[in-house]
Write a protein that binds this ligand. Structure first.
Ligand SMILES: *Cc1c(COP(=O)(O)O)cnc(C)c1O
Length: 369
């Protein structure tokens, strides 16, 4: 039985007619760059996130970058985040001219460990970017408390957490801004590249909106130096159709995770994901921990089961960030997780039989070691 890591085609087939119709409307109206389909999606997505404002941009990376710029973050500033995330989180910091500063993660949730946060704050610190990794939110109360006491901005990297909750509050709605990616494989994925910033701050909305459109509020009158970071009309229309299904897709992911958890429960040598008491996890990634991670991936691949690794190398050990001078051993929890985590196939359309097959093969491998 083939079990892909992700199956975008299965999802497309389930919404085929709605997508065709939406794309046709964009073609008929020639609203390709920004425009009414993007406007409508921005409002719907902001409301989905329990936020007042939403700004569509070209990618999650741009969402993070512009949210930082809109807060005036730049040269000489420090921004605290985690080393266990996709590189885009810190590229955004670097592209503002600021310096990423790392804090280690919690071994249960794989998110920022707020107990270690205070120690990393310096007079140069301007912002904190908690990353809601794998679809589970970071411990926001503690992070917000520290940020408030120190006058720091909080920007949520919610690129993996569309619809996730913290004590009933939606990802993106707790910090000063929330950043989302609609890369095709995300829980809400475009048919191309796209992203968004959500916020409840009118000033931030205005600044981000100008930054993504060459610093202009009025055509050809430029109040600041911006960029072209607009969302495509086609992506706005596609995302509008898909947003209506997001809750049920997230529920399907949760059901799949529940089944995996049950089947893997008493298996020695594996750690399954734990949903924190405060959280509603949306399982963008379903990752378990095992000692012989690479061996497991190879054995599963031989059975046509496709896994991923998120992420094999903490960011400070990446060649691109060697200049920071942070060696092995700097953040032990991040390093341990990078060696042990394996992401199993996870998508809403994954079947019970496929999950059972994956678990049978995992048991097989662990039993035969
Ligand atoms: C996907 C992702 C991004 C970047 O989003 P793009 O749309 O690919 O630019 C940033 N941060 C995290 C945690 C992500 O998973």
């Amino acid at each position: 039985m083939k079990v892909p890591f992700l199956d975008l085609k299965a999802q497309y087939e389930s919404i085929h007619d709605g997508i065709t119709d939406a794309i046709q409307q964009v073609l008929d109206s020639s609203a390709f760059a920004g425009g009414p389909f993007v406007d409508r999606f921005e409002k719907e997505f902001a409301s989905f996130c329990h936020c007042q404002y939403g700004i569509g941009v070209g990618s999650g990376t741009e969402a993070l970058w512009l949210a930082l710029l809109a807060h005036g973050i730049g040269c000489g500033d420090e921004v605290i985040t985690v080393p266990s995330t996709f590189i885009a989180t810190i590229e955004a910091i670097s592209f503002c001219g600021a310096k990423p500063v790392f804090v280690d993660i919690d071994e249960q949730t794989y998110n920022m460990n707020p107990d270690l946060l205070e120690n990393t704050i310096t007079p140069q610190t301007k912002a904190i970017i908690p990353v809601h990794l794998f679809g589970q939110m970071a411990d926001m109360d503690l992070i917000m408390e520290i940020a408030k006491a120190r006058g720091l901005v909080v920007i949520e990297d919610a690129c993996q957490a569309h619809g996730a909750q913290y004590k009933g509050r939606r990802a993106g709605s707790i910090g000063d801004a929330g950043c989302f990616s609609f890369y095709p494989g995300k829980n809400l994925g475009a048919y191309g590249e796209a992203g968004a910033v959500v916020t409840n701050n009118l000033n931030l909305d205005r600044n981000t909106r100008m930054l993504r459109d060459h610093g202009q509020a009025k055509k050809y009158y430029h109040a600041m130096i911006g960029w072209n970071a607009r969302m495509d009309g086609l992506q706005g229309a596609v995302l509008g159709v898909k947003l209506k299904h997001l809750n049920s897709w997230n529920e399907a992911r949760r059901e799949n995770a529940k089944l995996y958890n049950e089947l893997l429960a008493d298996l020695d040598g594996t750690v399954v994901p734990r949903e924190a008491d405060y959280a509603k996890h949306v399982y963008h990634i379903y990752a378990i921990r095992v000692q012989n991670r690479d061996g497991l991936i190879k054995a599963l691949l031989e059975k046509d089961i496709h896994c991923g690794i998120h992420y094999p190398l903490p960011l400070y050990l990446q060649e691109a960030y060697h200049f920071m001078g942070l060696g092995k051993g700097s953040f032990p929890v991040a390093e341990k997780c990078a060696e042990e985590l394996v992401s199993l196939p996870m998508f809403p359309e994954l079947s019970k039989e496929q999950i059972e097959y994956v678990v049978t093969k995992i048991k097989h491998f662990l039993g035969n070691q």
